[in-house]
Ligand binder design. Structure first.
Ligand code: NI
Length: 175
């Protein structure tokens, strides 16, 4: 397993649309293992492959609490089958949008079909944090960030600050 670099906004790669995985094989499992390790190290609760520069429909997640045993989840080629009419609001953050948190409204429940770590087809009903996190990660597969759900003014303000942070980090690295 190896840590991968997490891409942060603004970066055109995060706007890429990810393509379906043809086969869940050892190579893909190695990617998922790397992604999980990278997510734990960050630390974060969810990560899409495009965030480490791989435009494939792959998501890893772990919503277990700090004192719980790890409970990794893997979603390959996820597809939302249905969403509830009622909505839920969560304060969201993203490893690709460091240090920013904002309320985002999404359907409170959803049903998803996906391939698991072994490549088996599964269907699952999601609610609460799982439903929100899954929809957030699935947005990444479409090139959408949680800040794209906010007003244009707010988003542009955040992107400006992120760009500034990036530039000052680069200056530090080259100094
Ligand atoms: Ni994210």
């Amino acid at each position: 397993m190896a840590l991968r670099n997490i891409i942060t906004a603004p970066d055109p790669r995060l706007k890429q649309v990810s393509t379906p995985v043809e086969k869940v094989d050892d190579e893909l499992r190695a990617l998922m293992d790397d992604m999980l390790e990278t997510m734990y190290a960050a630390p974060g609760i969810g990560l899409a492959a495009i965030q480490v520069g791989v435009p494939k429909q792959v998501i890893v997640m772990d919503l277990s609490g700090e004192d719980d045993a790890p409970a990794p989840r893997y979603f390959v080629n996820p597809e939302i089958l249905s969403t509830s009419e009622d909505h839920a609001i969560y304060e969201e953050g993203c490893l690709s949008v460091p240090d920013f948190y904002e309320d985002v409204e999404r359907p409170a429940q959803c049903r998803v079909r996906f391939l698991d770590y072994q490549g088996e087809i599964r269907e699952m009903d999601c609610d609460g944090l799982l439903a929100t996190c899954l929809q957030h990660e699935m947005d990444h597969l479409k090139g959408v960030l949680f800040i794209d759900h906010l007003s244009r003014v707010k988003r542009e303000m955040m992107l400006k600050k992120l760009l500034k942070q990036k530039k000052s980090q680069q200056e530090k690295v080259t100094a």
